[in-house]
Design a protein around this ligand. Structure first.
Ligand SMILES: *Cc1c(COP(=O)(O)O)cnc(C)c1O
Length: 391
């Protein structure tokens, strides 16, 4: 560790991977790991998906980067497809989730400003949230462990307890611009916001002239079995940040908006050098080709049920290790009785990769392309790991 020239910000596992095939990662020692971490919900179509490899390599041979000084047809096309498949009319492409959130925050503030309410700049967020690591997004997330030591917290974020809608309503002031929420908290421990609460947030925003912003960076792009998690609630936001799954491993994100919400974002008020570049757009379009195929999301729902039912069985068998199974789609959490780090280590010993989260949860985020056989294999490994974690 002290020998590394890399910042010490990550406590990395002593594992190095050389290649990936679908739901599998192969280490430098030739060992095969079943990847139910998927780069933290990023490798939505697994590793080395032939359609993504072809899209990226074909584009790489033609053109990498031109900047947003020029027309980028693949960017136009991806924006149109995302708009077509969602509530949105307008899209801004970024390189990461945090940047997509920054764009959503700026767009909400500009909307109020352009509509004669420059005093409305505050945004209500929820405890346990994670919105990224920039100065504004750590303020939005409100977690002390990420704010400490970075000077004054960026002004304008008011946090209320998770799923406390009365507190959210009370927190609205004449300075409030928007409400920002993850329909399913990922980092916070796979905590689903009840459908009724999402509906009520929509009503609150409409009543008070606020914009509703969804952070679907982790739960979007098919993760829950719908293209976007909020579709389960039958309501739509005004703004939405996506990232992780849309790039399938290529770094990219996007901020989606209704035409009205984006009305303050005129020429010159926001920008990016790399966002929406031809390589990212080729991959993003290729991810959508697969995820929007007929029956793909229905199959995610079917496989998700298989996995969740299997996990419920393991939880029943080892109540001293796993308290409950939560989440939906292929975004599932094991709420642990033992420390989640212990179960995670036991899973890794069985060569199954998962991701620890807040609230003593282990996240299971397999590629959306995971097969039934791989789900069966994972369940067997989780059973063995749970048995080992009892000791
Ligand atoms: C990962 C994540 C982010 C931040 O994305 P980065 O690409 O790491 O900046 C924001 N919101 C949610 C819900 C996330 O899971």
């Amino acid at each position: 560790m002290s020998g590394s020239a890399i910042f010490e910000t990550f406590a990395r596992a002593p594992l190095t991977f050389e290649r990936g095939e679908g739901s599998w990662l192969v280490s430098d020692k030739g060992e095969r790991y079943l990847d139910f971490a998927a780069g933290i919900a990023v490798n939505s179509l697994g590793h080395s998906h032939p359609h993504l490899v072809a899209a990226l390599t074909e584009q790489a041979a033609k053109l990498w980067h031109v900047s947003n000084l020029y027309q980028i047809p693949a960017q136009e096309r991806l924006a149109e497809r995302l708009a077509e498949a969602s509530f949105a009319d307008k899209v801004f492409f970024t390189n990461s989730g945090a940047e997509a959130l920054e764009c959503a925050i700026k767009t909400a503030r500009r909307y109020q400003y352009a509509n004669g309410h420059p005093e409305r700049f505050r945004i209500i967020t929820f405890e346990g949230a994670f919105h990224g690591r920039t100065l504004a997004t750590i303020a939005a997330g409100g977690q002390q462990k990420y704010l400490e030591g970075y000077g004054p917290k960026v002004e304008g974020f008011d946090q209320v307890p998770f799923d406390d809608l009365d507190a959210a309503e009370k927190a609205i002031t004449p300075e409030t611009a928007a409400i920002l929420i993850e329909p399913v908290q990922g980092e916070g421990g796979i905590r689903e916001v009840p459908v009724q609460s999402l509906k009520r947030l929509r009503q609150l925003c409409d009543k008070h002239g606020l914009l509703l912003i969804f952070d679907e960076v982790q739960c979007g792009i098919g993760r829950t079995g719908k293209l976007f998690a909020h579709e389960w609630a039958g309501i739509t936001p005004d703004l939405m940040a996506i990232a992780k799954g849309i790039g399938g491993g290529f770094p990219m994100g996007a901020c989606l908006a209704t035409a009205e919400a984006a009305s303050g974002m005129t020429a010159g008020v926001h920008g990016t050098t790399f966002g929406g570049n031809p390589l990212a757009m080729a991959v993003g379009n290729a991810v959508l080709d697969v995820v929007l195929e007929d029956g793909f999301l229905e199959d995610v729902q079917r496989k998700a049920l298989l996995l969740k039912q299997g996990l419920a069985g393991v939880a029943d068998e080892f109540p001293q290790v796993i308290e409950s199974v939560r989440g939906s789609g292929l975004m599932l959490g094991l709420k642990c009785v033992v420390p989640n780090a212990r179960l995670n280590a036991a899973l890794r010993a069985e060569k199954l990769l998962a991701v620890p989260a807040g609230d003593n949860v282990i996240r299971l985020l397999p590629p959306l392309t995971v097969t039934d056989a791989e789900i069966g294999e994972a369940l067997e490994r989780i059973r063995v790991a749970a048995a080992a974690a009892t000791k």
